[in-house]
Design a protein around this ligand. Structure first.
Ligand SMILES: *Cc1c(COP(=O)(O)O)cnc(C)c1O
Length: 346
């Protein structure tokens, strides 16, 4: 294989990741797990799992079985929980792998019992009405013969001061008394910040680990983990009246220096940034102008006139800020990151 130097780098700060996990862990006495689904929210599940394992994390949550298999050599399989549950055709591979399913429906529970069972987790729906056993589905004998490790439920509105949070907490507390399980887990990142009543035995943050700030209380303890550097491929001097990019959506009002950099929507820099995004040359903010292309953005570099071909522009992943610029959620900003950049961990 020939080595190339990709013109797009995703810099990842391992110390920030670990310090974010410690901040969330330190909010109460419960154990703190980590949601590493969708390839560690786009940053690289293997790198994330190895670092958090070394910091003391013992519970990792993925959505798919393939995601469990991808990290199964890094931690004991029983530390991995698979949120999306089981399907009949997967059962034998699941038992071989040894990661633990989160059973979400009466049908999944019946399948697990019929297959011989073993330790499992159970998701109860307390109001998100998305995935999990609904209160109306709980029959007297539903859980008989199950070896339940974690009883889970998931908050719908933890990022807001919604009355729904208290209602879900009351319902989960009741189920936690009635359903026999070794451990109970309720709070995601924002849920942790609602206070220790919400923590039970184990919390399972995702977005906060990766620098997301979903409640104001998180701002003091959470730092950005990612930052992108894109290489400038060309610098041009355009005249007033010249148009830039697909659809000629930007017309220069005056003589303008344009820099074209190697980052586009295929890298997760979606078209919703057009006209609102900003990248930095050293500390100078430069507006992204015209449409975002698949592989390229165009930048008004008039304010950074020393910028030249081969230089790097940077995009710090201040997630609340980028979310405001693009209208994308902090979750979407991370999980749509492309695969062709170098991921460089420090
Ligand atoms: C994704 C997910 C989490 C983590 O949520 P964040 O908001 O990213 O902290 C926790 N629990 C479940 C069931 C999830 O699907």
């Amino acid at each position: 294989m020939t080595d190339f130097d990709p013109p797009l780098r995703l810099h990842l700060d391992g110390n920030a990741l670990v310090s974010n996990w410690r901040f969330l862990q330190g909010q109460g006495g419960a154990a703190c797990g980590a949601a590493v689904k969708a390839n560690g929210y786009g940053l690289g599940a293997r790198e994330v799992v190895a670092r958090l394992r070394d910091a003391g994390c013992r519970d990792f949550f993925v959505a798919h079985w393939s995601e469990a298999a991808a990290i199964a050599d890094l931690v004991p399989p029983e530390w991995i929980s698979v949120l999306n549950g089981i399907q009949p055709f997967d059962i034998s591979s699941i038992q071989q792998l040894g990661a633990v399913p989160v059973l979400n429906t009466p049908n999944q529970i019946a399948m697990w019992k019929a297959s011989g069972g073993g330790a499992c987790h159970v998701m109860i729906d307390t109001g998100i009405n998305r995935l999990g056993i609904g209160p109306e589905q709980i029959a007297n004998d539903l859980f008989d013969g199950l070896d339940i490790d974690i009883l889970l439920s998931h908050l719908a509105s933890a990022d807001a001061d919604s009355e729904q949070n208290g209602r879900q907490l009351a319902m989960f507390s009741q189920f936690a008394k009635e359903i026999p399980a070794k451990r109970r887990s309720f709070a995601n990142s924002a849920g942790i910040m609602l206070g220790p009543d919400y923590h039970f035995d184990l919390t399972r943050p995702g977005i906060g680990l990766y620098g997301g700030v979903e409640r104001a209380e998180m701002a003091t303890g959470i730092s950005p983990v990612a930052h992108i550097a894109a290489r400038v491929l060309q610098v041009r001097h355009l005249n007033a009246g010249d148009a830039v990019g697909y659809g000629a959506t930007y017309i220069c009002e005056e003589p303008t220096i344009i820099a074209t950099a190697s980052m586009g929507y295929a890298d997760g820099y979606l078209r919703s940034f057009a006209g609102r995004g900003v990248v930095y040359a050293d500390d100078v903010a430069l507006p992204v102008i015209g449409r975002v292309s698949m592989d390229l953005i165009t930048i008004n570099a008039s304010a950074g006139s020393s910028l030249s071909e081969g230089d790097w522009v940077s995009l710090p992943f201040d997630l609340p800020e980028l979310s405001a610029q693009s209208g994308l959620s902090q979750y979407e900003l991370l999980t749509t990151l492309g695969q062709r950049s170098d991921r460089i961990w420090s």
